[in-house]
Design a binder for this molecule. Structure first.
Ligand code: HEC
Length: 216
């Protein structure tokens, strides 16, 4: 059902001629658009992390993600894609109480599989800008991508609730937010089961905390 979102690409194909054009157009990059989605939404305790490996799936790293349930070049045949778009039932993922993925996240995964499921890193040359940082435009999007598979939805993990400003503000003020993303001793390193956030994302969060963690 959700894959209907991809249909808009079809009329573009004859004009585009090459696959590269479509890739450039979308610019899906595994490291930025796919890996954090799996790490944040699928690796909770009892789920698809390297210890629990629920149903044999470990979705914490590239090698483990592609070794099982992905058919490169064919998203419709890929089990991991199929369970994301099931309307409900035992096999639909992520399971309750965790939130389902957004249409954009599922589309990115489908495009990435269609492109052959490469271990692509982003050519991101943009300069890290921490001058105009706000909660809603800068910090929340980072938390939504990297943290809210566990700290959002109806069952936030570890008593850390990032569904709204107040929950984030609490851990910003206590020092836990920066301590955990900077991997300082005395704090649980976050995001759990995932790579450390990029230096730029950490700098953005730090700039916001240093400014008094305003609700802006
Ligand atoms: C895969 C699940 C998962 C993801 C993703 C995740 N967390 Fe956590 N987080 C937990 C769990 C479980 C706990 C409670 C146990 C613990 O402290 O290790 C926790 C605890 C925390 C704490 C309290 C730490 C402390 O030392 O008391 C903070 C702050 C936190 N997370 C922030 C984040 C941030 C910020 C991100 C994203 C950058 C993130 N988490 C991503 C599962 C996750």
């Amino acid at each position: 059902m959700k894959i209907k979102r991809l249909w808009w690409l079809l009329p573009l194909l004859p004009i585009a001629c090459t696959r590269e054009y479509v890739e450039d157009l979308r610019g899906v990059c595994f490291e930025r658009d796919v890996l954090p989605v799996f790490q944040s939404n699928c690796t909770q305790s009892g789920c698809h992390n390297s210890q629990d490996r629920e149903a044999g799936y470990d979705l914490t790293s590239y090698d483990n993600i592609v070794s099982h349930g992905i058919v490169p070049g064919d998203y419709k045949a890929s089990k991991i894609y199929k369970v994301l778009v099931l309307p409900g039932g035992d096999e639909a993922m992520p399971q309750s109480p965790y939130s389902r993925l957004s249409d954009e996240q599922i589309t990115n995964i489908a495009l990435w599989i269609d492109e052959g499921a490469p271990n692509s890193t982003c050519n991101d040359n943009t300069v890290c800008d921490t001058t105009d940082v706000s909660f809603s435009q800068s910090v929340m999007p980072i938390l939504q991508t990297y943290c809210n598979g566990c700290h959002g939805g109806s069952s936030p993990q570890g008593g850390v609730n990032y569904n709204n400003y107040n929950g984030v503000k609490t851990t910003a003020t206590s020092g836990k937010l920066l301590g955990s993303v900077q991997h300082l001793s005395g704090y649980s390193p976050m995001p759990q089961n995932a790579n450390k956030l990029s230096a730029c994302n950490i700098a953005i969060i730090k700039a916001w905390v240093d400014a008094g963690a305003p609700n802006n």
